[in-house]
Design a binder for this molecule. Sequence first.
Ligand code: PBG
Length: 331
Amino acid sequence: MPKFPTTRLRRLRQHPRVRDLVRETRLSPHDFVLPLFIRHGQNERIPIGSMPGNFQLTVDHLAAEAREIAGLGIPAVILFGIPEHKDAVGSDAYSEQGIVQQGVDAIKQAAPDLLVMTDVCFCEFTDHGHCGIVNDRHGSPDVDNDATLEILVKEAVSHARAGADLIAPSGMMDGMIQALRTGLDGEGFEHIPIMSYAAKYSSAFYGPFRDAAESAPQFGDRRTYQMDPANGAEALREVALDLEEGADILMVKPALSYLDVIYRVKQAHPEVPLAAYNVSGEFAMVKAAAANGWIDEQRVALELLLSIRRAGADMILTYHAKDACRWLAGD
Ligand code: PBG
């Protein structure tokens, strides 16, 4: 037995410069995508109670908002819409004058370099709050997969026409990526990437978002299309199919209770860009604990974001994006 430890891992922890040199994972503003909620109406900026610092914004507020976001160094936003009228098929979602289409246009005009992604789904646009066309062909009300694919294509094409740079389908329909890729290519949008919410779980962590987007299902839940939180291997099947169908970027959602899934997806497909969605409930928990003085918000939020990157995500959709950029800049 040597008298002293031969290897002392503490040596590399002594000097802050050495710690910097050996750091394996870093956070930077380039990692972040900020979700934005765009609502109908005029001159309104309505705070979202369960998501402090986030607002439902009317289109006239978007130019200033987009310039602020770009100024912070955040490269991209993802848009969600709250339309004036909801109906059974969510027709605002694919209307030329739809709320998201107007939002895309306003942001691209104000901040052309800010990447605009759009969430492609129906739950915010249907009066029943489900992610597609509901019928009871199989005996009880459920989302009709193949009928929904047709309107998803209309929605994605109309987003691309409005100027969206990338589309992000979140509806968890089978065959969705194939249908969207074919539909976009057929309209001349073969250059628009698809970021697939490939492994999206049926999660209670979406609660605050559903208030923010006014999109809670009016009956039932989303378990016939979103994944069972108990399943990890199934995520690899979802991901493999989406890649075959032409997805350019994969996503795991939520992030924090699914770090193992992020890790497995990255290990299985190290060559494919991977996003993770740090969802509303994850954000709200940090905010609530910080407001009570129970945790240090800055340190906890940065540690959580780092953990998502360390697990294997290349980019993070997060409501912490603005604060994180300020913290990383040392303000
Ligand atoms: C569906 C969608 C949802 C979220 C993003 N896209 C909600 C859902 O499936 O009910 C949730 C995001 C979050 O909780 O932050 N369009």
